[in-house]
Each structure stands twice: as structure tokens, then as C-alpha cells.
Ligand binder design. Structure first.
Ligand code: BES
Ligand code: ZN
Ligand code: ZN
Length: 493
């Protein structure tokens, strides 16, 4: 996507479509002005109240040669008091998606000029750019028939732009492109995006100055990442342990760990077909970490961040790990396998132990599509957050508010400890017949592997995949977590 800026306003700019927003319930001023410019062409819309500024409602109006732009796209922005940078991002995304579907290739926008309480012009321009790029996203790589019907948005121009708009657009472009890359990785078929392929994608970050280290199966064996090996044992695909270092600052780094299960069949505790069909998404946490590292490098953030992704399939092959097995993780703690489908926490046990031992992190944040229970609790609207360090959790919540990716906290009270108690090992990956407090059980297990490091866990099982087209989301991988991690890294010097 080509992102441009221009000093002209919407009445002067010759775009295929200019996007203009209005609030509910009174877009009257805008409509009257437009009606005058178009010599009465908007009268029916006004008379029939066809555009009221309601969110998700829009009108494409042809200018019939009376303005330099061919069309004006009126976008409902909802109630003025609810309008924040996330709503701005959402209406921008909606506009991009709808205009793309109309076959429009080049759009210009004025949405950043709308008032948002507490937001700078730079922040607004960033939100608009992100919304437009994310909203224009589609995954069409595997379509071979009627390719000519695929419509693409090629450029966006932000109007009445100054220096701060330019800066915001630049940041927005980097972050949104990284998020689209995470979506691509999630949307790839699982037999294409294997652990090896995932590591090759991560290696692309080298050209941005990120140090990327990939351990293959032999090295994983030698180092002793046995929990990762156990989960990968049932698969004919080799596991990979991916490490990405961006060290632009002295001192202890932040570490991001992402669950990289490139396909989760459940293992011997095989999932039913219904639950398995979307399980290529199970590397979305890993994809978010890899893509966030890309954005952090492209933004040249003066921070020290390490990304770690344990990547493997979870398959029921004849060497597969079994319910009842006891696995020794990298830090020596033993895990009683109650269910082979609770594999994310097992591979993350190794990754977190590795991070603690080798990086002495100032904070660790893990990102994982960890539990179906989190989808039940929060739907696709928000990820779960929990952690040992309230100030870290609060920093994540602040970043969440700033970037629009919603998270909601779950408690890790001692009262729940029995959920991870084993009779034969140090911890139990999941109680055999217990379906209670699943999100928390996942968090509590991970906590056993972070030692005393400040740590937080993001369960993104819900928002990692969207089931509807809406605002700036397409169906499929959402790239959730990328904006959150980048924002968090930016604020944590
Ligand atoms: N990858 C799944 C969690 C998941 C479920 C993500 C639905 C996205 C949508 C995870 O590995 C898993 O299978 N968890 C089990 C845990 C259970 C065995 C305790 C679950 O949630 O059912
Ligand atoms: Zn699973
Ligand atoms: Zn899983």
C-alpha cells in the first residue's frame, strides 16, 4: 500500500474517492455543504435521512464532475462522545474495506481532522493509516480463478497534512504492515507454514539489523529444551526454537515469548473436527512476536527487546507424547501431562525458562492462543491478561488503551493453585476431568517457569482469529498482539 500525504483539502484533491466523516445524529452541516457543492445532488439523501452519521453506515456519492474528486465517501463515525482513536481506526478500516470492494484503487482521507479528545494529530494520523491499511487487507494468494475480480486498494493519501501527520502516517504504516504480515503467517495453510518455514520468515528480520538465532532439532536436543521436544515428538516436522534480539540499549531486555504451534491437532488427546479446523491459528502468538520485532526494528526503537518463539506441530504420531507422561522442562521442573492438547503451556515452559536463564529480563510477556476457555470468557473482543507483577500488567493495559487492542485481567490467586497440582510431578499441565477456570489454570502453570522475573501472560485465543468482516478486520488471522507489543516496547525504556 502506497501511503501519501498532501496539503490540499477534500474539495481540491482529485482522488477516486475522498473519505469524509460525520458524527451521529447530525451530519447536517457536512451534508448541506456537500449539497451546495454538488448543486443539489445530495438532496434525496438529506430528505430521506439516508445518512445519519451512525457507525458502520456509509454512502458513496458521485460528484458528477463538480469536484476534483470523482466520489465522496461519507462515513458514519457514531456518537461524538464515544469517538476515540480506536473508533477512528475502525471507521477508517470500514471505509477502506468498503471502497476496495467497490473497486476503488486510490483514496484520500480527512478522517484524521475529526476531533478526538486527548489525541494529538500524530496519533490520529497513525490510527487512520493503520485502519486503512488493515481494512484493505485480504489474503488472496491461493486464489487462481477469476483473479481479475480481485480488487485491491493501491494508495491512500492523507489530506491537509503537516509534519505531524507525516510522522503519524509513517509509524502507522510500519505497524500496520507488520500486523498484516502476522495475518499472512496465520492465514498460510499449516502444511506450508511449518516450524521450519516460520523460522525462515523470522530470519528475514536479519536485514533490518535484528540478530536472529534459530535452533534446529539437534541443537534443541543438545540444549535440553525437552518440553518442546516432547510436544514435537508426534510430528514428522522438525521443531525450531527461534530467538530474535534487538538490542539498542544497555541493560536487561524485555522478552516477548510467542506460542508457535503451527498446527494443534490436540495430539493423542485428539480434538474433534469442529475444534481442529482453525488450529493453524495456534502460532498466532509467535507470529505476533515475530511481526512486532519487525516493527520495532523498522521504527528503530531505542529499546532492548528479545523475541522467543518455540515452534512445533502438535500431532498424534506413533512417537507422540502421551497423557500420563512426565516431562522435564528446561529449568528442571517436571510437568505431568494430564492432556496432550494443553501443549502450549508445555512448550512455553521451556521458552520462559530459557528466557529467564539467558536474558535475566526486566520483564517477560508471553503471547499465546492458550485456551478455548478464554474464547468462551471474552469472545473475539479482547485477550486475557494475567501476571505476577501488577505494574507490568498496568503498563500492558495502558499500551492496550493506546493501541486499541483490548485486554482484560484474570486473577492468579493462590486459591486456584490446586488446578495445577500433580501427585507425581512438580506441576500438572491440566486437570484430567476439570473444566473450571481454564484461563487461570493456563496462567498458573506458566508462572511456575518465570522464576522471580516480572511476567505477564496474554491469552489471545479469541481475538487472534476473526470470524466476521468488520471494521478493519477481515475473516481469518487478525494479527492481534502486534500493536500491543510494539506500543508496550515503545513505552518501556
Ligand atoms: N490451542 C488450544 C486453545 C484454543 C482453543 C485456541 C480454541 C483457540 C481456539 C490449546 O492448545 C488447547 O487445546 N487448549 C485446551 C486446554 C484443555 C485441554 C485444558 C482447550 O482450551 O480446550
Ligand atoms: Zn491444544
Ligand atoms: Zn494449542
Amino acid at each position: 500500500m502506497d501511503v501519501r500525504i498532501d496539503k490540499r483539502g477534500w474539495k481540491e484533491f482529485p482522488a477516486e474517492a475522498v473519505i469524509v466523516g460525520a458524527f451521529e445524529p447530525s451530519p447536517d452541516g457536512l451534508l448541506a455543504e456537500l449539497n451546495k457543492l454538488l448543486e443539489g445532488a445530495v438532496t434525496p439523501i438529506i430528505r430521506k435521512k439516508e445518512f445519519t452519521g451512525e457507525l458502520k453506515k456509509h454512502r458513496l456519492v458521485s460528484t458528477l464532475g463538480k469536484l476534483p474528486a470523482e466520489n465522496v465517501f461519507l462515513v458514519g463515525c457514531g456518537r461524538r462522545e464515544k469517538f476515540d482513536t480506536e473508533v477512528l481506526r475502525r471507521v477508517s478500516g470500514e471505509a477502506a474495506r468498503v471502497l476496495r470492494e467497490h473497486g476503488i484503487k486510490h483514496v484520500a482521507t480527512t478522517l484524521h481532522l475529526l476531533p478526538v479528545k486527548g489525541a494529538t494529530m500524530k496519533e490520529k494520523a497513525r490510527a487512520v493509516t493503520e485502519g486503512l491499511i488493515l481494512g484493505a487487507y485480504q489474503f488472496t494468494k491461493y486464489v487462481t480463478e477469476n483473479k481479475e475480480k480481485i480488487r485491491e486498494l493501491k494508495s491512500i493519501t492523507i489530506l491537509e497534512a503537516d509534519k505531524s501527520v507525516e510522522e503519524g502516517a509513517r509509524t502507522g504504516k510500519i505497524v500496520a504492515n507488520a500486523q498484516c504480515w502476522a495475518r499472512d503467517l496465520v492465514n498460510e495453510p499449516p502444511t506450508v507454514l511449518t516450524p521450519t518455514k516460520m523460522s525462515e520468515e523470522a530470519l528475514k528480520l536479519k536485514k533490518l539489523g535484528v540478530r536472529v538465532i534459530v535452533f534446529d532439532k539437534k541443537q534443541i536436543q543438545k540444549i535440553g529444551l525437552t518440553a518442546l521436544l516432547a510436544v514435537s515428538a508426534g510430528s514428522s516436522e522438525e521443531p525450531r526454537f527461534i530467538i530474535m534480539e534487538w538490542k539498542k540499549r544497555k541493560g536487561q531486555p524485555l522478552v516477548f515469548c510467542g506460542k508457535g504451534i503451527t498446527f494443534d491437532s490436540g495430539g493423542l488427546d485428539l480434538k474433534p473436527a469442529r475444534a481442529m479446523s482453525d488450529m493453524k491459528t495456534d502460532m498466532a502468538g509467535g507470529a505476533a512476536v515475530i511481526a512486532a520485532m519487525r516493527a520495532i526494528a523498522e521504527l528503530n526503537l531505542p529499546v532492548s527487546v528479545v523475541g522467543i518463539v518455540p515452534a512445533t506441530e502438535n500431532m498424534p504420531g506413533n512417537r507422540a507424547y502421551k497423557p500420563g507422561d512426565v516431562i522435564r522442562a528446561y529449568n528442571g521442573k517436571t510437568i505431568d501431562i494430564g492432556n496432550t492438547d494443553a501443549e502450549g503451556r508445555v512448550v512455553l515452559a521451556d521458552a520462559l525458562s530459557y528466557a529467564v536463564k539467558h536474558y535475566k529480563p526486566k520483564a517477560i510477556v508471553d503471547v499465546a492462543t492458550l485456551t478455548g476457555a478464554c474464547v468462551v470468557a471474552l469472545g473475539r473482543v479482547a485477550g486475557g491478561v494475567m501476571g505476577s507483577d501488577s505494574s507490568l500488567v498496568n503498563k500492558l493495559r495502558l499500551a492496550s488503551r493506546a493501541c486499541g487492542e483490548k485486554i482484560w485481567e484474570f486473577p492468579l490467586w493462590d486459591d486456584y493453585e490446586e488446578l495445577v497440582k500433580s501427585e507425581i510431578a512438580d506441576v500438572l499441565n491440566v486437570p484430567k476431568r476439570n473444566a473450571e477456570a481454564g484461563v487461570i489454570a493456563g496462567g498458573l502453570l506458566l508462572q511456575k517457569f518465570v522464576g522471580s522475573a516480572p511476567w505477564a501472560h496474554l491469552d489471545i485465543a479469541g481475538p487472534a482469529r476473526m470470524v466476521d468482516k468488520k471494521f478493519y478486520w477481515d475473516k481469518g488471522g487478525s494479527g492481534f498482539g502486534v500493536r500491543l507489543l510494539v506500543e508496550f516496547a515503545k513505552n518501556t525504556r
